[in-house]
Ligand binder design. Structure first.
Ligand code: ATP
Length: 237
């Protein structure tokens, strides 16, 4: 099954307490994947929180497959097939790998089972009886992704999944994410790492000052040092 999911964000304004953080975000995902890149404080995590209903939208709209998500509760948004792998993974220290996964199984019908997660991440199978606080950063990230996949999402949002991980583990995660569209799952990946963001998706949106400053192809961004310097303050070459 190919993904046909469409996420359309328009005029989205979000505050953190009294502080306005998102100032009219315009964003469209209608292919298998989109990366959002931006510097610290650009508003990427705030956008993720608004998409899953953890922060209220002050103004604007978030439509997913034609359904308005703004104003809905997080569990209701999850029920629409939107799932997140949060920044920092949020693995429970006192639950085993297996307990984490079994907790999430069966919430929405679909192809993902605990056994399939173990097949995709054999390291998790080896660690199935270990507690969350006994896992390495990479194992925690695999668990966080496996847990999210067990909700059989139509849209999987990942907030800086590569943070603190070795390149080999990141490459494995990219490979897994790259195959999700075959199950009808689209990927919205938020990154600070230029290589990871541009490898994960063909299109990238650059966030700056609480707005989407530019949408371009990953290849164009990867090859253009000037764009990288201007929007991200880094250069790949
Ligand atoms: N809990 C909070 N309360 C108040 N302001 C916050 C809170 N969290 C973030 N902010 C502010 O909101 C703005 C955007 O932060 P956000 O975390 O969304 O950016 P980001 O692009 O995800 O950056 P990072 O990669 O550092 O997480 C920043 O100015 C930040 O100081």
């Amino acid at each position: 099954m190919e993904s046909t999911n469409a996420l359309v964000v328009s005029g989205l304004e979000v505050r953190r307490g009294a502080l306005p953080v998102l100032h009219g975000v315009e964003l469209r995902l209608d292919g298998p994947s989109l990366a959002i890149l931006g510097r610290n404080g650009a508003g990427k995590t705030t956008l993720c929180s608004a998409l899953i209903g953890l922060l209220p939208a002050g103004r604007g709209s978030i439509r997913f497959n034609g359904v308005e998500l703004a104003g809905r509760k997080p569990h209701d948004i999850a029920g629409q097939g939107v799932s997140i792998v949060p920044q920092g993974r949020r693995v429970f220290p006192s639950l085993t790998v297996d307990e984490h996964l079994r907790l999430m199984q069966g919430r929405r019908p679909g192809p993902w089972t605990v056994e399939r997660v173990y097949t995709v991440f054999p390291r998790l199978a080896e660690r199935r009886r270990n507690f969350g606080n006994q896992l390495s950063g990479g194992e925690q990230q695999m668990l966080a992704i496996g847990r999210a996949l067990l909700t059989n999402p139509r849209l999987l949002i990942l907030d800086e999944p590569s943070e603190g991980l070795a390149p080999k583990i990141v490459d494995h995660l990219l490979e897994v994410l790259g195959g999700l569209h075959r199950d009808g799952t689209s990927v919205l990946i938020v990154e600070q790492n230029l290589r990871v963001g541009t490898s994960a998706a063909e299109r990238v949106a650059i966030m700056s000052g609480g707005q989407i400053a530019l949408v371009t192809s990953s290849r164009e961004l990867w090859e253009d040092d000037g764009l990288q310097q201007r929007y991200l303050g880094v250069s790949a070459h």
